[in-house]
Write a protein that binds this ligand. Structure first.
Ligand SMILES: Nc1ncnc2c1ncn2[C@@H]1O[C@H](COP(=O)(O)OP(=O)(O)OP(=O)(O)O)[C@@H](O)[C@H]1O
Length: 249
């Protein structure tokens, strides 16, 4: 896939340009992932070195099957790499026990997926309250914070609606509001605008931009959506299991 970007500054830099670790929210060191298929093993990720600085919006692009979702899942601590290390906010998540990692993810990462994953039986506000409850925020405080989060995404008037009564864009904004519960420092999103029409897509993109630029969240997105390039600080192009700086013009 050929995409255009405004400046070569958006391109990934090679490891010689790497900043000291304290500046980076996410660091991947030699990340390798092998899958097995019958007796065969094949490498989807081939020793990737990579990093993202705080407050950046980083986009991950690449052809279908190039390993974007696998890489995002490893960076999020949802998958363990075959080899290599991942550091989030200065902590090595690849060394954490599963309980510690689950706690770390809960406290620090907000996830946004293409298919919303909202609970259909719960209202927009309740969908957010559930996550707040998991994070130890309950009762009136959770109700208040859920309302505040819905205001943040412009959906305060829809707090009592169930997902079936919301448009795709509104559902995605509820999902974003939910991912912000507890103020995570990192937002990870897989195709957050893929299911949205142009207006809703732009609202979601603007929201993600505000989170990064006004609130210092680090946003990592897998996307094929060229509109997101307008707000991206950097674009990484993944191909054949490695990070390529070419292929983007
Ligand atoms: N659990 C798994 N077991 C075996 N192979 C897998 C597994 N998950 C992914 N793969 C394979 O690894 C490769 C990379 O998959 P991945 O989903 O990471 O790619 P992608 O770049 O996100 O693709 P797309 O843009 O189509 O979503 C694909 O060939 C896929 O079939």
């Amino acid at each position: 896939m050929v995409v255009s970007i405004k400046s070569r500054n958006q391109l990934d830099r090679r490891s010689s340009d790497r900043k000291p670790k304290q500046w980076d929210t996410i660091i991947a060191e030699s990340v390798t992932m092998e899958y097995k298929s019958g007796n065969q093993r094949y490498q989807v990720l081939k020793g990737i070195d990579w990093q993202i600085q705080r407050g950046n919006i980083q986009i991950l692009m690449g052809p279908s099957g190039s390993g974007k979702t696998t890489f995002l899942s490893i960076l999020a601590g949802l998958l363990t790499p075959s080899l290599g290390n991942v550091y989030l906010l200065g902590e090595e998540i690849t060394k954490m026990s599963s309980a510690k990692l689950a706690r770390f993810r809960r406290n620090n990462i907000g996830f946004i997926f293409q298919h919303f994953n909202l609970f259909p039986a719960l209202t927009a506000a309740e969908n957010i309250e559930v996550v707040l409850n998991i994070k130890g925020i309950r009762g009136t405080k959770a109700r208040y914070q859920a309302q505040e989060l819905l205001e943040h995404v412009g959906l305060e008037m829809h707090a009592n609606q169930r997902p079936a009564n919301l448009s795709g864009g509104q559902k995605q904004r509820v999902a974003i509001a939910r991912s912000l519960a507890g103020h995570p420092q990192i937002i990870m999103a897989d195709e957050p605008t893929a299911a949205l029409d142009s207006t809703s897509g732009h609202r979601v993109i603007e929201l993600l931009r505000r989170l990064a630029k006004e609130e210092g969240c680090t946003v990592l997105m897998v996307t094929h959506d060229p509109r997101i390039l307008d707000v991206a600080d950097r674009v990484t192009y993944l191909e054949d299991g490695i990070v390529k700086t070419s292929g983007i013009t």
